[in-house]
Design a protein around this ligand. Structure first.
Ligand code: AGP
Length: 366
């Protein structure tokens, strides 16, 4: 088994580092003539008259689905509802007659996700699966399948599966935007061009690895942490908090920054770390005003901030700088520091990173 770790101490760290390559693999063949083209997955017929999309998944895959919702709504202008499978399956869903379901599952074997897939089909709704495992239950039963090419993911904490799921969400949003004509061609090409280079941007984040490790060393003894963001950053905050709680066992909560005043602000105390995602240019000032509120209560604010926004977040106590990237695509690079942070927090606390207590890689029973 050690050999399979390729010199890394843990599968999780190896898989974090495999992300640029996994992104490259997943990009391959999906961009033609500068535009995203997923027609070879045979999906155009099932999307033809679609007026509503449901995205359903669990855990990290659900977080990818949240990004998918925002990307598809923004670029392809189709209303999307993203929900956790275990909730969706017991809800009295008002199925939209012209709808389509996307299920996202790394393993393709998650029980709740499978149950929702079957329920959709019973209701005559077509299902597109996004999965990493060829021949998995989800891939066998869905009407169409798009594969992420992350390669085998061994660590219980999902990393490269998530970033490649995000990539598929963007490719799909851009593909649908092109087919539906919801974006000017030059804008479409520009964003697609940036997506085509996202592996290189992801690679650059590793320049900050030592800094993040030192940061983790400083904060390893904390009991609570908070993750804040708005829009796409909120989805990434949720993923960052899940990573930290599942492998380091530190209490981690993600909040939409604008929601703080509605309750969570009461939890802030002297010295508590708050990780703030700052990648959405048009929301920086809003998020900064929330940051001032937590700082005024003594929180230590760690900003995960795009290079071009560095000046705006100078008031933060610590900074991790991300390469400049279109805000829509920022989650792919923004999540990497949070994965690395969670990894080192777990290491410094002596936790079993690859096999966290109480958890299984895929949840095949309810
Ligand atoms: C993430 O780190 C998890 N361990 C977990 O939330 C996982 O993403 C979830 O169980 C869904 O799994 P799937 O993608 O295989 O369906």
């Amino acid at each position: 088994i050690a050999a399979e770790k390729n010199g890394y101490d843990h599968f999780m760290l190896k898989e974090i580092h495999e992300q640029p390559a996994a992104l490259r693999e997943t990009l391959r063949g999906n961009i033609k003539d500068q535009v995203a083209d997923l027609a070879h997955f045979n999906i155009d017929d099932i999307f033809a008259d679609v007026k509503k999309i449901y995205i359903v998944a669990c855990g990290t895959a659900y977080h990818a689905g949240l990004v998918g919702r925002w990307a598809i709504e923004k670029l392809a202008r189709i209303p999307v509802e993203t929900e956790i499978a275990s909730e969706f399956r017991y809800r009295d869903v008002l199925w939209h007659p012209q709808s389509l379901m996307i299920v996202i599952s790394q393993s393709g074997e998650t029980a709740d996700t499978m149950a929702v897939l079957r329920e959709a089909k019973r209701n005559g709704i077509r299902v597109l699966a996004v999965t990493n495992v060829v021949g998995s239950a989800v891939s066998r039963e869905a009407d169409r399948v798009i594969y992420t090419h992350a390669g085998p993911e061994i660590a219980v904490a999902s990393t490269k599966a998530y970033s490649t799921q995000l990539l598929i969400m963007y490719l799909l949003a851009l593909h649908l935007a092109r087919v539906r004509g919801t974006m000017p061609l030059n804008e479409l090409k520009e964003l697609t061009g940036e997506l085509a280079r996202i592996d290189g941007l992801a690679e650059k984040v590793f320049e900050q690895q030592n800094r993040i490790k030192e940061m983790a060393a400083r904060h390893k003894d904390v009991q609570n942490t908070f993750f804040l963001g708005r829009g796409f950053d909120y989805a990434v905050a949720m993923e960052g908090a899940l990573k930290l709680k599942e492998i380091s066992y530190i209490h981690a909560e993600a909040y939409a920054a604008g929601e703080l005043k509605h309750g969570p602000l009461a939890l802030i105390y002297e010295g508590v770390p708050v990780l703030a995602l700052i990648t959405q240019d048009h929301l920086v000032e809003k998020t900064m005003s929330n940051i001032r509120e937590v700082k005024a209560r003594g929180a230590i604010v760690i900003a995960i901030c795009k290079a071009n926004l560095q000046e705006s977040c100078q008031e933060c106590d610590e900074q991790i700088i991300l390469p400049d990237v279109n805000p829509i695509l920022a989650p792919i690079v923004g999540v990497i520091p949070l994965q690395i942070f969670a990894y080192y927090m777990a290491i410094f606390r002596g936790a079993d990173v690859d096999k966290p207590r109480n958890l299984a890689k895929s949840v095949t029973v309810e």
